[in-house]
Design a protein around this ligand. Structure first.
Ligand code: MG
Ligand code: ZN
Length: 369
């Protein structure tokens, strides 16, 4: 055999095999995806783009929401209606299923579905919810309760005994303590080690939230009234709740849901000023959460809404100080809804996706099976 030919063959093979090695070595490593330790999901009920716009312009053309680097849109529709209600809307986030209007933590066949909050508890994370409605109202209820129809406030209150949630803050003391079935859920919570308080009677700023015990904190007998003294608790309590859960979730992290409930009620009432004051309150709470997240660096913050309410519009003749507004309905609409994300894992929230994808993305970010 020709020695020269053999040698060149050898070099050709060597060349190609080195090419191959070089090619594989050039293949980018699978991207290290930032995983958050904590998730704070903030829901502005009924907060469509116009609600945000109105809040922005009437706040000197500035909102904390502007600090979010990642923005997406979700498709808010329910399984049985293009226009969702808050129960189906929140269940999409909490359980990752498209379900019917009125469903609380159950799927379209009325079967209970495990929520992200329940999963977080199972995985050893600290969990909490803060709301400016009754804590048994559709949005918070969908994260811990499983009921075929909404508005079963007493049944929802009973479900708070089934998951060892570390903290909940909201109205609805009545549904825990003065029930038609005579049960006292607050007493049962105390027996489980909770500190249960009527903090709405106290000065909100001076409240101590001791992380050594789980905490149930009623802000009103039923729904917190916007004009009532102490009603502007959302920013203060959000900041305190984050610190509380940060301490309790030191080892494995925490999941916190914060709801600005009454942006929706301003929409139902077709009252622009109601929407705007609730938007400012919610955005102030966002500011508190961002302050924590920027410092903490292990927290993914997601801000979104379940749906838009009112078919709210800002019309010609408006100025920054004075908006000319209009409404097309006293119910919700089918608008796409903005999603804002900040922190490790935020990139996953850009684009357009189903509302249920918010559950999937949170679950993925926390590494739950
Ligand atoms: Mg709500
Ligand atoms: Zn509503």
């Amino acid at each position: 055999m020709n020695y020269k030919l053999l040698a060149s063959l050898f070099f050709i093979i060597l060349f190609f095999s080195s090419c191959e090695t070089r090619m594989t070595s050039y293949t980018p490593k699978e991207k290290d995806i930032d995983k958050p330790k904590n998730i704070i999901l903030m829901i502005g009920d009924g907060m469509g783009v116009t609600q945000i716009t109105a809040g922005l312009y009437t706040n000197g053309n500035q909102l904390n929401l502007e600090e979010f680097p990642i923005i997406g849109l979700h498709k808010s529709y329910a399984s049985n209606d293009l226009v969702t209600d808050s129960a189906a809307g929140a269940t999409a986030f909490s359980c990752g299923v498209k379900t019917y209007n009125g469903a609380i933590g159950v799927d379209a066949d009325t079967m209970p579905v495990k929520t992200i909050l329940e999963m977080a508890e199972e995985q050893g994370l600290a969990t909490g919810m803060v709301s400016t409605s009754t804590i048994t109202h559709a949005t918070p209820a969908s994260f811990i309760c499983h009921q075929k129809v909404r508005k079963l406030h007493e049944a929802n209150a009973n479900d708070f005994l089934k998951t060892p949630i570390d903290l909940f803050v909201g109205g609805g003391k009545k549904y825990f303590e003065e029930r038609e079935d005579g049960k006292n859920i607050s007493l049962e919570l105390r027996n489980k080690g909770y500190v249960v308080s009527d903090y709405f009677k106290e000065d909100i700023k001076s409240i101590e939230m001791d992380p050594s015990s789980p905490l149930a904190f009623y802000t009103a007998y039923e729904n917190p009234v916007p004009q009532a003294e102490g009603r502007d608790y959302l920013p203060t309590i959000s900041a305190k709740s984050v610190e509380f859960l940060h301490e309790r979730g030191k080892e494995k992290g925490f999941f916190l849901m914060i709801e600005g409930s009454q942006i929706d009620w301003g929409g139902h009432a077709n009252e622009s000023n109601y929407i705007i004051t609730e938007m400012h309150d919610f955005d102030e709470a966002i500011g508190e959460v961002l302050t924590f997240a920027k410092n903490n660096k292990e927290t993914l913050v997601i801000v979104t809404a379940d749906h838009e309410t009112g078919g709210y519009a800002i019309n010609k003749g408006s100025t920054l100080d004075s908006l000319v507004t209009a409404f097309t309905t006293d119910y919700h609409t089918a608008d796409l809804i903005p999603v804002f994300a900040y922190g490790p894992g935020a990139e996953a929230f850009s684009g357009i996706y189903e509302n249920t994808a918010i559950f999937d993305k949170m679950k993925e970010a926390l590494g739950f099976e």
